[in-house]
Ligand binder design. Structure first.
Ligand SMILES: Cc1ncc(COP(=O)(O)O)c(C=O)c1O
Length: 451
């Protein structure tokens, strides 16, 4: 056994590879996502605890992206691990035609925390298939076929969900599912900025008229858009979408795969605007990714449609007992540790820290956050707001700041001209300040490119 800093003997019993070996064999025999394989440069990860993870050689990283915006409760929580172990020993799997206690209890618990009268759930393996099933439910329940989605969105990588996705990840999968129509968002990028809620709603209303309201089953949207920019909608926008959908009998599907489970400082982002969608999809924070699980929540009226009509849908891992047990334990952690309150409180601290960055660094063109869901947009010029990297592209400066974060032990997502701030909701003020200290120094790199 190679010696590693920070390892106890028990923790290392299963671990025999160096970081280099992990990388070489993973690259040789497995495919990495969203990348040309020659260009991938993975961080080898051996273990994780709280807001940190470590390489086999003991290099520590602050996980400032909760991995993929999903490990909301933090890593290695003993309560969730115990629940998974106990469930695995009792009943690791039962097929979806069976009823099990974790399935039953999770349905009850989600009905308690989901907004409004959403109290029936269909469990999936993750977010993409939650969205697939949401649009299937919407089409079956309304008898209509079109789905509206937004351009600045990501809804998943499976055939239907990638068609719903508006961002460039969709392009190579076209032509996709028939009947999906994309609409513009209130946000138009760092240079053009924001529409008011009234302007955005008027554009949406026009598209609905032009498409024919009676042909539209649903409008799917991320209430706070995730990878496409942590876009917090102007007040009144979500309420307006709700009204337009209700007026035309269009179902409102909110994709809370990323924004749900405390990320924004509420159980679900829609709670900030008191909006109840007809269907709500979730994954990621539902189990904090300890085991994979997604779900579609629906209002009673939609569930009732399938009382005497067959729901034509299924998945081998639907209502997987191990995943349901992990979700129940995870939700208990949010409650016991008051993590959503902490996200709100630390979100306030993060807002101040982000405002400080904006005041000190000319390359910070915009800094947005809600709860512990944050993003910084970098620009070359404060006056023209020309982004530090083009739409769907990168630049030497963005690569350099990304390298700096990695060298300094701060893991976060760097995309186009942006980087994210999405730590686990368990983060302390001290830890938050440590991360922002690294960011502060990193921004000196991009400041040098400012005209
Ligand atoms: C908003 C949103 N929807 C759907 C998905 C897809 O979820 P999954 O990768 O679990 O299939 C993601 C993943 O990042 C997401 O952020």
């Amino acid at each position: 056994m190679r010696s590693r800093r920070g390892w106890g003997p028990a923790a290392s019993a299963l671990m025999t590879m160096t970081g280099d070996e992990m990388i070489a064999l993973s690259k040789k025999h497995t495919l990495f996502e969203w990348a040309a394989q020659a260009a991938v440069d993975p961080i080898p990860v051996a273990r994780a605890r709280g807001i940190h993870f470590w390489t086999p050689e003991g290099k520590r990283f602050i996980d400032f992206n909760s991995q993929l915006m999903c490990v909301n409760i933090g890593h290695g929580d003993a309560r969730v691990i115990r629940a998974i172990q106990e469930q695995a020993a009792t009943l690791a799997y039962a097929n979806p035609f069976m009823a099990t206690e974790p399935r039953a209890r999770l349905g009850v618990k989600l009905a308690e925390i989901a907004p409004g009268d959403i109290d029936v759930f269909f469990f999936t393996s993750g977010g993409s298939d939650a969205n697939e099933n949401a649009i299937k439910l919407a089409r079956l329940a309304t008898g209509r076929h079109k789905i509206l989605a937004r351009y600045r969105s990501y809804h998943g990588a499976t055939a239907g969900s990638i068609t719903l996705t508006g961002d460039p990840r969709r392009w190579t999968s076209e032509p996709g599912l028939a009947g999906v129509v994309h609409v513009l968002d209130p946000y138009h990028g760092i240079e053009r900025g924001w529409d008011s809620a009234a302007e955005a709603l008027s554009m949406l209303d026009e598209v609905i008229q032009l498409e024919g309201p009676h042909t539209i089953a649903a409008f799917i949207l991320e209430p706070v858009t995730g990878t496409n920019g942590v876009l917090v909608p102007p007040d009144g926008y979500l309420q307006g979408v709700r009204e337009l959908c209700t007026k035309h009998g269009i179902l409102m599907i909110c994709d809370e795969v990323m924004s749900g489970f405390g990320r924004t400082g509420e159980w679900f982002a829609v709670n900030h605007w008191n909006v109840v969608p007809d269907l709500l999809t979730m994954a990621k924070g539902l189990t904090s990714a300890y085991v994979q699980l997604g779900a579609v929540g629906m209002r009673r009226a939609i569930a009732d449609h399938f009382k005497d009509t067959v729901f034509q849908g299924g998945l081998t891992y639907n209502s997987h007992p191990l995943a349901c047990a992990a979700a129940l334990a995870t939700i208990q952690v949010y409650e016991e540790d008051r993590l959503i309150d902490n996200a709100r409180r630390m979100g306030g601290v993060m807002k101040e820290l982000m405002a400080g960055l904006q005041a000190r660094h000319p390359s910070v063109g915009a800094a947005r956050s809600i709860g512990l869901f944050g993003i910084v947009e970098l620009v070359r010029d404060r006056a023209t707001r020309r982004p530090m990297a083009p739409f769907n592209g990168t630049s030497d400066e963005m690569k350099a700041i990304s390298r700096f974060f990695r060298d300094e032990g701060l893991y976060t997502f760097v995309r186009w001209n942006t980087f994210f701030a999405n730590p686990p909701l368990s983060i302390t003020e001290l830890e938050l300040r440590e991360a922002f200290g690294i960011i502060d120094r990193g921004l000196e790199i991009t400041d040098r490119a400012v005209a």
